[in-house]
Design a protein around this ligand. Structure first.
Ligand code: GLP
Length: 260
């Protein structure tokens, strides 16, 4: 796990965009895994800008989002489909038939989940997955106690997550109780993972993910088992890390060939 600490979240987001742009240039038909929430906003803004100004080409890209709320259709302004259209899809040349989010309006959720897994496999698996981090340590919507081997399925959100996400709705009561999320086993099959975490409300989860013991109670700790994870943090999210100086030393002394 590579841990990079930036002075502010803008710099971390620019770095994440560099990783994505490199992936897209090196493999124009790459499969990318996308996240929603407040965290990746600047990453998507930078990718939009690189598309406009530098011709970053999404025409061969396939995308899979991590999760969607059950019961919200694509026109609902708090649905993740709507979020993605506004944040990225409407502004770049990604093909609409290559964009995938779980269907939160499905009347057969188990089949929808199986089909989502099949679509990821049929596309060749995810090359690069971006993840945010819940304050309770969730990735996607895999809440504490999720099986670390889980696949795409329905989950019930914790009260903490519903309150964290209330700012996307009129109140916490309006946040759906259920969602469909890629499982932890699904996420772990991505070939490369970029985890972003910003702000002091993420500091405890970040400390667990990087330095804690692996546990279903902090689902993101499974990332310690993944061979290619980059953790991009701002100072506030890194505040509780015990080995901060070491991570900085590693970053400062990186061989040139490892730099992007
Ligand atoms: C949300 C999403 C996750 C996201 C995380 C952090 O509820 N389901 O995919 O990464 O929780 O959210 P935020 O970036 O808004 O802090």
């Amino acid at each position: 796990m590579e841990v990079l600490i930036f002075d502010k979240n803008e710099s971390a987001s620019l770095y994440a965009a560099k990783i994505f742009a490199k992936q897209i240039r090196e493999k124009p038909e790459a499969v990318i895994g996308l996240a929603t929430g407040s965290t990746p906003g600047l990453l998507y803004a930078e990718l939009r800008q690189q598309h406009e100004e530098k011709g970053l080409d999404f025409s061969g890209i396939t995308s899979f989002n991590l999760d969607e709320y059950v019961g919200l259709d694509s026109d609902h302004p708090s649905s993740y489909r709507y979020f993605m259209q506004q944040a990225l899809f409407d502004h770049v040349n990604i093909k609409s038939d290559r964009v995938h989010l779980p269907n939160g309006m499905s009347d057969d959720v188990p089949s929808t989940c199986v089909d989502y897994e099949k679509s990821i496999s049929a596309a060749g698996g995810i090359d690069l997955q971006v993840l945010g981090l819940g304050s309770d340590g969730h990735i996607g919507f895999n809440e504490p106690s999720s099986s670390l081997a889980s696949r795409t399925r329905i989950k019930t959100l914790t009260q903490e997550t519903r309150e964290d996400n209330a700012h996307f709705f009129n109140s916490a009561d309006e946040v759906p109780r259920h969602c469909i999320t890629m499982g932890i086993g699904t996420i772990m099959e991505a070939r490369q993972i970029v985890l972003l975490a910003f702000g002091k409300q993420k500091a405890a989860a970040v400390q667990q993910v990087v330095e804690g013991a692996m546990s279903a109670m902090w689902p993101a700790t499974i990332l310690q088992m993944h061979p290619s994870v980059v953790v991009l943090l701002d100072e506030a999210a890194a505040a509780s890390l015990e080995q901060k100086d070491y991570y900085r030393e590693v970053a400062d002394n990186k061989p040139d060939w490892q730099r992007i």
